[in-house]
Design a protein around this ligand. Structure first.
Ligand code: BJ8
Length: 424
């Protein structure tokens, strides 16, 4: 750990406070992950990544910076990684998923801000996360009010670029997002000093598509109605790390894991007993290390088989068209793909309800838990139509609201336990 401390100090981190996180994370990981039985062997890679989560990847990013590459930190699946990669830049996710960072966020934000935003701001201002120190530029987006205002505060401390995401999905909005992507590409070119050519962008599109396809294979294996080859808790970790990892390595490791899961399905090797109830979780994203809900569900007699969220299907569904000859056509293809994401920030947003009903069928779910991060008005409000549609389709649903604090864990366990029992 000694060499990591030097690296963190050089990044200007508050190393003593950060030690608190370093001490707590292995305990939480041990309780949630290493206590699971019969995990796929391929998960050893992700266990290894988490065992040095603030060391391995940050060290790689610093090496890349020495070679002159720029690192872009993002907070939303709408920011097109392809554009950054085409300019030889690197993308890293920056969403905070730990209560550890929330108090520092609350020093500058209202308490009534969602924990994801508070933790993200706290991680930067408290200087307790290397990824937030390393990113040369942050890229925000106009999705929810909490993020928009938080970006103004972050922008006082770090170079910040904001993409203006349309809030509707008309033809003109798709064109507008295409223009936003083109403007972002210009900014990325300026910032990196590298030109984005159609060849480079096509290469980047294929790279990110490959990562999506590999993640999709892992999820495909979870659709088997007779076998559950991986826990939802493990699958969530795979998606969470995908936001930080090198995209080619992510695809390679996910493909290896998918091979193993497919074999497990053939052999009937399941993580859970036959007849375990299959749950889909929908709603707000779960940034690492937010494993709270999956852990509660999977230690309450049920299994999570799908996540309809940005740390789930919304991250990898839909591919960008490949092989287009001009930047203009490529920006349009990117816009079309990204605008298929049904985040609750859009109005109206019927596509999300359609996705949820489709996924419930594809993953053979017995029930749905619609989760909302406290103070996320968008997903909270949309929960009304989501839950109504599920009830009308005869799919049991439980709506819950929570945050990163463990204070409500027992109450959640009671409610989720009763829900699972009700599923019979
Ligand atoms: S595309 S879900 S990643 S915006 S939970 S910060 S919405 S108050 S994270 Fe999101 Fe992009 Fe949409 Fe996905 Fe605001 Fe809600 Fe907090 Fe949220």
């Amino acid at each position: 750990m000694a060499d990591r401390r030097e690296m963190w100090k050089a990044l200007g981190m508050d190393v003593d406070t950060h030690d608190g996180l370093c001490a707590a994370l292995p305990v939480a990981f041990g309780d949630v992950y290493l206590s699971q039985k019969n995990r796929p062997e391929g998960m050893a890679f992700w266990d290894f990544v988490v065992s040095d989560i603030h060391g391995i990847r940050p060290a790689e990013l610093l090496e890349a910076q020495k070679e002159g590459r720029k690192v872009f930190g993002t907070f939303c699946v709408f920011v097109p990684d392809e554009v950054v990669v085409a300019a030889n830049g690197i993308v890293t996710g920056l969403c905070g998923g730990s209560q550890f960072w929330v108090p520092d966020g609350e020093k500058v934000l209202p308490k009534s801000t969602c924990p994801l935003v508070k933790a993200s701001v706290g991680a930067r201002l408290g200087r307790t996360c290397p990824f937030f120190r390393i990113a040369d530029m942050y890229v925000g987006e106009t999705t929810c009010d909490g993020k928009k205002k938080a970006y103004e505060i972050l922008g006082e401390d770090v170079p910040m670029y904001i993409m203006d995401l349309p809030q509707m999905k008309r033809e003109c909005d798709i064109l507008k997002w295409k223009d936003e992507i083109a403007a972002f590409a210009k900014k990325v070119e300026e910032f990196t000093g590298n030109t984005i050519t159609p060849e480079k962008l096509d290469e980047a599109i294929r790279l990110i598509n490959n990562k999506r396809k590999a993640l999709a294979r892992v999820f495909e294996a979870r659709k088997n109605p007779d076998n559950i080859p991986i826990s939802g808790t493990d699958a969530l970790l795979v998606t969470q790390i995908a936001f930080f990892d090198d995209p080619a390595r992510c695809a390679e490791m996910c493909n290896k894991l998918a091979d193993e899961l497919e074999e497990r399905n053939r052999q009937g090797v399941s993580v859970f007993e036959k007849g375990t109830k299959r749950i889909m979780i929908t709603g707000t994203p779960m940034a690492i290390p937010n494993w709270k809900l999956h852990h509660i569900v999977e230690t309450s007699g049920a299994a999570v088989v799908c996540e309809e969220m940005c740390t789930g299907t919304r991250y990898f569904e839909n591919l960008v068209e490949e092989g287009l000859p001009t930047l203009d056509e490529q920006f349009m293809a990117l816009s079309k793909r990204y605008m298929k994401n049904n985040c609750a920030c859009f109005t109206p947003n019927p596509g999300r309800v359609e996705d949820i009903l489709r996924l419930a069928k594809e993953y053979h779910v017995d029930g749905v838990i619609d989760v909302n991060l406290k103070f996320c008005c968008l997903y909270d409000t949309e929960g009304y139509s989501v839950e109504r549609a599920l009830r009308e389709a005869g799919i049991p649903v439980l709506g819950i609201e929570t945050d990163y604090d463990d204070g409500d864990s027992e109450q959640l366990r009671t409610r989720i336990g009763a829900f699972v029992e009700m599923l019979g």
